[in-house]
Ligand binder design. Structure first.
Ligand code: SF4
Length: 393
């Protein structure tokens, strides 16, 4: 029996393999970019192809990776079966591998920047489900099983058995009587994963158990990224975070304030559109689409958005509700500052608003994010000021 070490996860008492198997096959590393073996490979690729954080966030070489990351994120909210298995690139080419690896990396940054543990869990679950689907047919299952499970073996007939302690820990997160220990064959500290047809073949059961461990590892990695994220990165990622938050809000029908965005956080352009409408001014089409898409991104319900338009001179309940619903369903994201300026929807000139004057300010969602960060900081400073010290009377 091998020795154990603990991975940095909430499963601190769970045994994991002491020695991680060597894995250099680049196709496998690209398919499962969350593997511990993939870390140095991704770092090496970043250095070879000169991919730094600026390239990843805004560069043209990484554009396709960001698009693929977007679909990974959308799938994690939309799809019942996890992230779409098929990539948009050919994983047998360098470009395809770059796409897979860095789309995962970018998506992880975005969920980390959301600072929302529920969203991180949801995404980790979807990525782990994707990996499970691929693993069932992948010869790499043996290496990956030995990466995450301390005691696991497969006989010549393709029947797997797993150490009792691993099984007990992993099966608790899975529903169904076949995963309860009294219904399993246990001998000498091993649980045999019997073949029960396609969906529950021995191999499929290994993949299902692995999903639990992969999910936890993906989640922990994202939480670590979240803890290390600095303010400027959080602000730079506001737009994709807004996109995914808006999607979650529309799917769950909850009023999730995007990032807790109260009226005091709204950017001047959004306030301008709302107050002009309230005064009966005819806001142009671009401004109306902008306002509705901002409302969607900050999680306002359709009814509230429709109410913004109520005082408009040409308001029609039916038409506005139809148009707002359409915009919510199509998941419009708000335009950036440059387009708003061109279309006369920007509300400021240089010197009017210090945040809008920042050189990095190119999107109203960044404004909200920056406002919230500042408020959070001020809040914690105020708490520090009023908290009495130990020993104070
Ligand atoms: S600079 Fe950008 S965020 Fe500020 S008011 Fe203009 S469009 Fe809005």
């Amino acid at each position: 029996m091998r020795g154990f070490k603990c991975f940095p996860s909430v499963l601190q008492d769970v045994p994991n393999p002491y020695t991680i198997p060597d894995l250099r096959d680049e196709v496998t590393l690209a398919r499962y970019p969350f593997l511990p073996q993939a870390k140095s490979w991704i770092a090496e690729m970043a250095s070879t192809h000169q991919i730094d954080i600026d390239e990843l966030l805004d560069g043209s070489m990484m554009e396709r990776s960001r698009i693929r990351a977007r679909s990974r994120l959308i799938d994690s909210v939309d799809s019942k079966d996890g992230v779409e298995v098929a990539s948009i690139g050919d994983i047998h080419t360098v470009e395809g591998r770059l796409l897979e690896a860095f789309s995962f990396y970018y998506a992880r940054l975005v969920v980390g920047a959301s600072e929302d543990e529920r969203l991180i869990s949801r995404w980790a679950q979807a990525e782990a489900e994707r990996a499970q689907h691929i693993l069932v047919k992948d010869n790499a299952i043996d290496t990956i099983a030995n990466t995450y499970i301390s005691q696991i073996e497969c006989d010549e007939k393709g029947i797997w058995k797993i150490g009792l302690s691993d099984f007990i820990e992993l099966c608790t997160g899975i529903t169904g009587s076949r995963w309860r220990l009294p219904n399993c064959v246990v001998k000498d500290g091993w649980v045999t994963l019997h073949d029960e047809g396609d969906k529950y073949s021995s191999r499929a059961k290994v993949a299902r158990l692995l999903r639990e461990r992969m999910k936890e590892e993906i989640k922990q990695d994202a939480l670590e990224k979240m803890a290390k994220m600095d303010e400027s990165l959080l602000i730079r990622l506001s737009e994709p975070v807004g996109m995914i938050r808006g999607l979650v809000a529309s799917r769950t029908a909850e009023t999730i304030a995007l990032i807790g965005a109260g009226e005091e956080d709204w950017p001047p352009c959004m306030r301008k559109a709302v107050s002009e409408l309230a005064e009966g001014v005819n806001v142009n089409h671009f401004g109306r689409v902008f306002l509705a898409s901002m409302s969607r991104c900050i999680g306002l319900p359709v009814e509230t958005t429709v109410d913004f338009f109520r005082p408009a001179p040409d308001f029609s309940e039916g038409t506005t509700t139809y148009q707002v619903n359409h915009l919510y369903e199509r998941e419009y994201t708000p335009s950036g500052c440059s387009k708003l300026k061109v279309n006369h929807n920007c509300a400021v000139r240089t010197g009017d608003d210090r945040l809008c004057d920042q050189p990095w300010m190119d999107h109203p969602l960044k404004y909200i994010r920056a406002k919230q960060r500042r408020r959070k900081k001020q809040g914690s400073m105020e708490i520090n000021v009023v908290t009495p010290k130990a020993g104070d009377a």
